[in-house]
Ligand binder design. Structure first.
Ligand code: ZN
Ligand code: ZN
Length: 170
């Protein structure tokens, strides 16, 4: 999505506030395709600071993500702060401003969202993930593998198990 900043560039205005809903395509991150559930809310202010045009604002988006633990999809809303600079001359930490003063706003928003997303994406704090043995989703079912308990039983001394049986019976 191209956004024209020419009024700011030629200084007919020094400040431009935006508050828009923007349709974005799906983005690629973490070898996954991430889908936007709805248009993003984009708001903030562009200011001409002479050496560059500065933007401060934020974007709110609702994404369809895949849980890193149980691999189920889930929806989550993110509020992402966006602070960027745009300049015609080459400057550090600035996006290049083309001669027609059109910036690719969609790409800038997408880049900010991707760098904001956590590496581990969880459907919930308490997600139990998949069973490492049978692959069952442990949030939905309880399987019989119970790998942790099995390990503990193996470590128990058989004599101790007999003693435990004795106490359990009495
Ligand atoms: Zn999960
Ligand atoms: Zn299992």
């Amino acid at each position: 999505m191209l956004f024209n900043l020419s009024k700011l560039c030629n200084k007919s205005i020094m400040k431009l506030s935006v508050n828009e809903k923007i349709d974005l395509n799906k983005i690629n991150a973490f070898d996954e395709e991430i889908i936007f559930n709805s248009p993003v809310d984009f708001k903030g202010t562009f200011v001409n600071k002479d050496e560059y045009i500065e933007f401060n604002g934020e974007v709110s988006c609702n994404l369809k993500l895949i849980c890193s633990k149980c691999l189920e999809t889930f929806d989550e809303t993110f509020e992402v702060k966006i602070d960027e600079k745009f300049s015609r001359s080459e400057q550090e930490e600035c996006f290049e401003l083309p001669s027609n003063c059109e910036i690719d706003l969609g790409r800038i928003i997408e880049e900010n969202i991707v760098s904001y997303l956590p590496i581990q994406r969880r459907c919930s704090e308490s997600c139990k993930g998949l069973c490492p043995i049978c692959g069952m989703n442990l949030n939905l079912h309880i399987c019989d593998c119970n790998p942790i308990v099995e390990e503990e039983e193996e470590k128990l001394d058989p004599r101790f198990t007999k003693l435990q049986d004795f106490f359990n019976k009495n």
